[in-house]
Design a protein around this ligand. Sequence first.
Ligand code: UD2
Ligand code: MN
Length: 577
Amino acid sequence: MTFIGIGKRRIFFRAFVLFSIVFFVWICFVPKERKLPLEEKNEISDFDDGEAITSVRWNEEMEAALLFDAQKQMPGLGDKGEAVTLAPLEEQKAEAVMKKEGFNLILSDKIMYNRTILDARHPECLKMKYPEDLPSASVIIVFTNERWSSLIRTIHSVFNRSPKHLLKELILVDDASDHEELQEKLEYYIATRLPKKITLVRLPKRSGLIKARLEGAKQAKGAVLVFLDAHCEVGIDWLQPLLARIKESRKSVVVPIIDVIHDKTFEYQNNGGSFDFELGGFTWSGHFTWIPISQEEERRRGSPSSPTRTPTMAGGLLAIETKYFWEIGSYDPDMDIWGGENLEMSFRVWQCGGYLETIPCSRVGHIFRNFHPYTFPGNKDTHGINTARMAKVWMDDYKRLFFKHRPELEDIDIGNITGRIELRKKLKCKDFKWYLTHVYKNKFVLDENVQAYGRVMTHANRLCLDNLQNSEEDKHPLGIYSCHNELYMSQFFSLSNAGELRREFVCAEVSTAKMEVEMYKCHGGHNQKWTYTSNHALMHIDTRLCLDSEGTWSGKFVKVSPCNNSKTQKWSWEFLT
Ligand code: UD2
Ligand code: MN
């Protein structure tokens, strides 16, 4: 018995020693596969661990870098999308960083990747029920040297707030970033912290956002393509309304309401709680601009939560059926770096039989930066060149108004556009006049339906009315300046058939208190009505006062005074119609 007893003990002892050795060797030498301490709050909740890539090896250096990031983060900060103010000392640092990055990177680094945002949707949206069997989405995010925390937060928000069964994949296209943290660290993060559904495509050389998106689209397997900028936070149930609309109308290219994530405080701003939103317009100088919803469209759409037709889109955030994307001519593959592709796609979709709609129940936050925190290779004005390509293909005669603003672009080399012109023919697209008559009906055309247009010169000397480089966004006095040919458009005015003395967006009105003339957003009111009399006076109808250049000089302002038929009250228009 004893013998047996001793023997048993020995066997146990040996087994124990052997097990300890094996365990020791395993601990020290066998590489560990995905045994990583997921930063609790940054975990993706809705996607199983099973979906994560498990083949990546633990990397001490990367783990240390991620731990360093995690230590900067403060759980709860900026939750519900609330504004955050930094301590005064840090605030100073943040100001300096903002000048370099275009947004408050110091704060971004402190906010969890999984922070919550507020639900900015219209109450009607909360009642909506979406079908389960919606088409699947490939979300495509292109980036060049984007900052780590805002990029990662964008990705987390997509996983956290998209129904799992609808998100086919997330495709990241790196447009040749050279920032260190977007190299191995990004691959490591994707492999160890994020679901398997991510593909990272690296472009071999800097190509610009348009070519990068095309690359992403080529890889996509989902039924719908959803493009996002790399500094967004998607809203609650943002995806379903976009997919539902495409399911119901495959030629609808749809955009969410773009909420502002404040560049300094990271507040998720919902337009002060108002459910109003704006649509996309454009300027004749070829820029995107926001415009109010017309009364006609308000009536047509029926409800504030219904798809709302928009003349153009901002460009960064949109969803389109994958097949339709290719059918309708994807993007112009010869557009470089940044700019212009949004108006190109907007005009093309409308002119070639599609629809462009804002879907009010889908909301996505975006950090608007005041400048580009990345380089433009060769310092080219890619926005100008891309827009010239667009204008020559899609705007027919109306391109004259664009080139009046940008004469330097008219004859420069913008590359070959024959492919795009053929596409337009093949798709039997309508002309730009159709677009202005049916889609953007109240767009003011500077030289159509007008009594006179061009430069307006006083008979007293060689001075012309001039906007003195003021932005049409703000109210400003009407100026006067030596008549010139350079910066021609700053002296371009129209006298509309409705009697407005105006520019593209602003109309002259009279402030009687000061006898001054102010340029203010056109609203059709009677304070904005003028008449051009047979003795060359510009008379303000309401006050019966006349526009007068008396006592003013180049670079100053004009005024109004009682009509007296003097030379200073006589004006010549460059073109009378
Ligand atoms: C707006 C659009 C943007 C695009 C642009 C016009 C929104 C919210 N954003 O400008 O998506 O339509 O107008 O072209 O409507 N990027 C690259 N390679 C480059 C340049 C940019 O990958 O060479 C990436 C960039 O990292 C970002 C995205 O493209 O993720 C858009 O660039 P942006 O954020 O600088 O453009 P934004 O918002 O000023
Ligand atoms: Mn952006």
